[in-house]
Design a protein around this ligand. Structure first.
Ligand SMILES: NC(=O)c1ccc[n+]([C@@H]2O[C@H](COP(=O)([O-])OP(=O)(O)OC[C@H]3O[C@@H](n4cnc5c(N)ncnc54)[C@H](OP(=O)(O)O)[C@@H]3O)[C@@H](O)[C@H]2O)c1
Length: 325
């Protein structure tokens, strides 16, 4: 079988995890690295035995060998990098948050569809075996009618105003960096059309939200109560609460197991994803690409845009505006 050839744009911290995931997949081959800095590209490429290295994104996107590009640059450049790839006919797996705002997201989606090129948000949590099993249980109404979702995720990062999570120019902030996990999780369970969103945030000295909480209420009375932080540790935990029971997911953003509790009777599901959970999103992207599907059913593009719209709405409630449009 012909291997699918990947390129990585933005060889930073998280790109290593993705490169390692490709090493675990026999159908994948990492063939090119693109950086704004040739030395950085070379150092990264050496580690993964990649021959083709580029010191500019313009050169990288012209590489004829590359089928799919994983974009792992900082948030403010997602739009521009993805646009370059899509225009060059490269399929794109784009790190979260997809863009700075829904307007950019919609333009990317329209471009991908117009050019018939694959595009997907790298919301890796969605593709984990645990999440697939949970979707299956929900579709069978195992916990009855879902009434509420609770999900929180925060970490205690050091105070450095230049750190990307605290940097307004780089598209930082708790909601953008980690709040997107509880939000995407709630969207997966309850949908992307809440009737009302109520939120509160602490905006720190750098102008971004250091912590926030937000509640989404839906037409049928369903609620999602969510929170995130980039300077305060919040245990990564989620619940789906239904009329007949609940699903409890420790470390939901990278879960290996969950508890299903129906009327007090508990069952533990262990669905280990091993050391690198990134393989599942890469596999989904390659499956779509080889089947000539332009988007994934697990993380559909319209849903990505709608999630960005909710984030825009929340940001506007705090008066938080990003310089990149
Ligand atoms: N899925 C996950 O679990 C997960 C985890 C962490 C991060 N992420 C996402 O992945 C992306 C990268 O995060 P990271 O922690 O890997 O970031 P990072 O190491 O700080 O930076 C990644 C790359 O961004 C590029 N970049 C472009 N413009 C830049 C600018 N103005 N300043 C600094 N770097 C710039 C650089 O690539 P060049 O070499 O080309 O200059 C850099 O190597 C973010 O969007 C983040 O939200 C996802």
């Amino acid at each position: 079988m012909k291997k699918i050839k990947w390129g990585i744009m933005g060889p930073g911290k998280i790109a290593h995890k993705f490169a390692q995931s490709l090493q675990l997949l026999t159908s994948a081959e990492l063939v090119a690295i693109g950086s704004r800095n040739l030395d950085r590209a070379k150092v990264f490429a050496e580690k993964y035995d990649v021959k083709r290295v580029y010191g500019s994104y313009d050169e990288f996107i012209m590489d004829p060998e590359v089928d799919l590009v994983y974009i792992a640059t900082t948030n403010q450049s997602h739009f521009e990098c993805a646009m370059q790839c899509l225009k060059a006919g490269k399929g794109v797996l784009l790190e979260k948050p997809f863009t700075i705002g829904a307007e950019q997201a919609k333009i990317l989606v329209d471009t991908a569809r117009g050019n018939e090129v694959f595009l997907m948000e790298a919301m890796w949590m969605r593709f984990l075996p645990v999440m697939a099993k949970i979707r299956e249980l929900l579709a069978e109404n195992t916990i009855g009618e879902v009434r509420m979702v609770k999900a929180d995720y925060g970490f205690q990062g050091a105070y450095d105003p230049e750190r990307r999570q605290l940097n307004l120019k780089l598209g930082g902030g708790a909601l953008m960096d980690v709040g997107i996990y509880p939000l995407s999780f709630a969207a997966m369970v309850l949908g992307v059309k809440p009737e009302k969103v109520i939120s509160a945030a602490f905006i720190g000295e750098t102008g971004v939200d250091e912590q926030c909480s937000f509640t989404l209420s839906y037409k049928g009375g369903e609620l999602a109560e969510l929170s995130s932080a980039v300077r305060t540790y919040i245990p990564d935990f989620a619940y789906i609460l239904g009329t007949d029971g609940y699903i409890k997911i420790p470390e939901f953003s990278h879960a290996n197991s969950f508890e299903l509790n129906i009327n007090g009777k508990s069952e533990i599901f262990e669905l280990l994803h091993g050391s690198n959970g990134f393989t599942y999103q890469a596999q989904e992207a390659m499956k779509c690409f080889s089947e000539r599907k332009m988007e994934s059913d697990i993380m559909p593009l319209d849903e990505t845009v709608d999630i960005m719209k909710i984030m825009d709405h929340i940001h506007s409630q705090w008066g938080l505006e990003y310089p990149v449009k």
